[in-house]
Design a protein around this ligand. Structure first.
Ligand code: ATP
Length: 359
């Protein structure tokens, strides 16, 4: 985290109850100024609830929402100085592109002249100047979403909330708009919160990702840190790591440790806080396991190839190690027979990439 940077948005002990159901419990979150933070998590974990409370569409049960240090949790949505983009565009159908973008400025009593200048700038930013006179029904989905983005940023809000903004677009268009969105967000330096189901989108767009689980934040990290070092089994599974196993710490010197996995020894270079004899879970991505011949002299664990698939540039092996099914990726090579189904192989796990998870 960038500790020196101030935070535009701070959530303090934010709690939301829907009658007896607690959707969010004592949530704390700081969003550094100018950064884009993504709320990521399975359906029902509370992402939309957080976003709607920040926007003011939902009442806060208890806790604070601080924007630039001021609690806005009781302020009417229109006075919160927040721009919002929704999945379903939510443009006014009877207004032209230009009037849609000008709407927020008009509501704020901005002079006609300044409205015209700012609308022009906003439309230039999203490259839609040539469509200013069209109505939303005469635009493609991607174009409508660019108008929604222009409409949200034209008021120069303190915060930009993005609720699955690209969710309704097809994959190809989505990828194009992802890079436009990121560029615009960085250029404007606008503090933004994104809600998405799409992990790749989150990894690509975010400065920080908060993975949520049942109304709590499981892990808050940069995309790379989250991808490389999930801290809990929930996060590792949510990020699609197939290899998560029970293990036991055999020896530990405080940081490095030897673990027993499927009755064989593996090494871990960062097992801080774990002591010998403790049960734990480990996770390792398939790309951090090397598959070599059983006679390879290096240290590794022995297994048998259960199945293999060629996927473009790589081969995916599923190997059995004393009842555990361990997945490994290898670059495609010409020596396929060596690791055919039924063959004995050795798996070399990268100690730096073998992660001991929080229970
Ligand atoms: P999704 O990705 O499916 O949109 P989400 O992470 O955004 O899910 P929320 O919509 O924030 O989840 O919902 C969080 C929890 O609160 C869910 O269990 C949901 O069923 C519950 N919930 C949401 N709105 C209400 C409501 N009006 N009354 C009761 N429970 C609600």
């Amino acid at each position: 985290m960038k500790h020196l940077q101030s935070s535009t948005l701070q959530l303090r002990n934010l709690t939301k109850r829907y009658s007896s159901f607690v959707a969010l419990r004592d949530l704390d979150l700081d969003v550094p100024s100018g950064s884009l933070l993504t709320l990521l998590g399975p359906s029902g974990c509370g992402k939309t609830t957080v976003l709607r409370m920040i926007a003011g569409f939902l009442n806060v049960t208890s806790g604070e929402i601080l924007v630039d240090g001021k609690d806005i949790s009781r302020v009417e949505p229109n006075f919160r100085d927040i721009g919002m983009v929704f999945q379903n565009y939510a443009l006014f159908p009877h207004m032209t592109v230009e009037s849609n973008v000008a709407f927020g400025l008009k509501m704020r009593g901005v002079s006609k002249q300044e409205q015209a200048t700012r609308v022009r700038e906003a439309l230039e930013m999203v490259q839609l100047t040539h469509l200013a006179d069209r109505y939303p029904s005469q635009l493609s989905g991607g174009q409508q979403q660019r108008v929604a983005l222009a409409r949200a940023v034209v008021i120069k809000p303190k915060l930009l909330l993005l609720d699955e903004p690209l969710g309704a677009l097809d994959r190809h268009l989505r990828e194009g708009l992802q890079s436009e969105l990121r560029e615009l967000q960085q250029k404007l330096g606008i503090t933004s919160i994104l809600v998405t189901h799409d992990q790749e989108e989150a990894l690509y767009l975010s400065d920080y990702i908060a993975v949520m689980n049942q109304g709590r934040i499981e892990q808050l990290d940069s995309p790379i840190a989250l991808y490389d070092r999930p801290k809990s089994e929930f996060v590792a599974r949510f990020l699609g790591v197939p290899n998560i196993f029970d293990a036991k710490i055999v020896t530990s010197n405080g940081r490095e440790a030897t673990l027993s996995l499927g009755g064989q020894l593996i090494f871990v270079s960062d097992a801080e806080g774990q002591s010998a004899g403790a049960d734990c879970k480990v996770s390792i991505r398939p790309s951090h396991i090397e598959v070599v011949g059983a006679d390879d002299p290096r240290e590794g664990i022995s297994g048998t190839v259960k199945n293999m698939h060629e996927l473009g540039e790589r081969v995916v092996y599923r190997t059995e190690v004393n009842g555990l099914l361990i997945e490994a990726n290898a670059p495609r090579n010409n020596n396929r027979d060596r690791y055919a189904v039924g063959k004995s192989v050795k798996l070399i796990l990268d100690p730096a990439q073998t992660i001991v998870l929080r229970a």
